[in-house]
Design a protein around this ligand. Structure first.
Ligand code: CA
Length: 223
């Protein structure tokens, strides 16, 4: 089992590496977010231990980028941030677990083993919502068997909604995952993009599939 540790405090990273090695795991260390993301994208890791406050690129941005690129390896946030909003944000961005520093090493190992036992999240390659079909592997979407002409951003927006069919996807999450923008950025760009997507997906059809929850976000579902 190979673990990637993304942690900027050199001593803490070394402590983690040694601890994992004593427990039979092989691990690599990256000391900033940019290196960490590069290793995560190119290396073959079973799990990532991710700090939030990192130079070059934050832990939030690392996980957003991984999930955007359809990398579904488990991520455990290990951070001094203990606010509930931070935990929620971590999990919303697709983390599998969240542990607050200071921590007991045996608890970290136990959580890592639990996540690894669970195995990778099974994500289907094709999503079907009514007569809308989204094929993530071939990067194409059809509605009523007609191919939709989508820009890459529109496709990734539609994929995000499809992966969470029936769930409200917040504009903030969309901004983070599709545009890699901060929480507080102007989310108007999201509304504009959804409007364009709707024009292609829904406008020509009687049954609407993209729904708005005013002030909250969007849901893709057949009603
Ligand atoms: Ca840090």
């Amino acid at each position: 089992m190979r673990i990637l540790i993304i942690e900027d405090e050199v001593k803490a990273a070394e402590y983690l590496r040694k601890g994992f090695s004593e427990n039979g795991f092989v691990s690599d260390v990256a000391n900033d977010g940019e290196d960490g993301l590069h290793l995560a994208l190119t290396g073959d890791y079973d799990l990532i231990i991710l700090d939030v406050g990192l130079p070059e690129r934050s832990g939030w941005s690392v996980i957003s980028e991984l999930r955007r690129k359809e990398k579904e390896m488990p991520v455990l946030f290990l951070t001094a941030r203990d606010a509930v909003e931070d935990r929620i944000k971590g999990l919303e961005l697709g983390a599998d677990d969240y542990l607050v520093k200071p921590f007991v090493f045996s608890e970290l190992v136990a959580r890592v083993r639990t996540i690894l036992r669970r195995g990778p999240l099974k994500q289907p390659d094709v999503f079907t919502v009514g007569d809308l079909v989204i094929d993530l592997v071939r990067h194409k979407a059809t509605r009523a068997n007609l191919r939709l002409d989508l820009t890459p951003k529109e496709f990734s927006l539609l994929s995000l909604l499809a992966r969470r069919t029936g769930e409200v996807v917040s504009r903030t999450l969309i901004a983070e995952q599709v545009w890699d923008m901060n929480f507080d950025s102007d989310t108007n760009v999201v509304d504009v993009a959804v409007r364009r997507l709707r024009a292609k997906v829904d406008d020509p059809h009687e049954a609407k599939l993209i729904h708005t929850l005013r002030g909250v976000g969007y849901v893709l579902e057949e009603r």
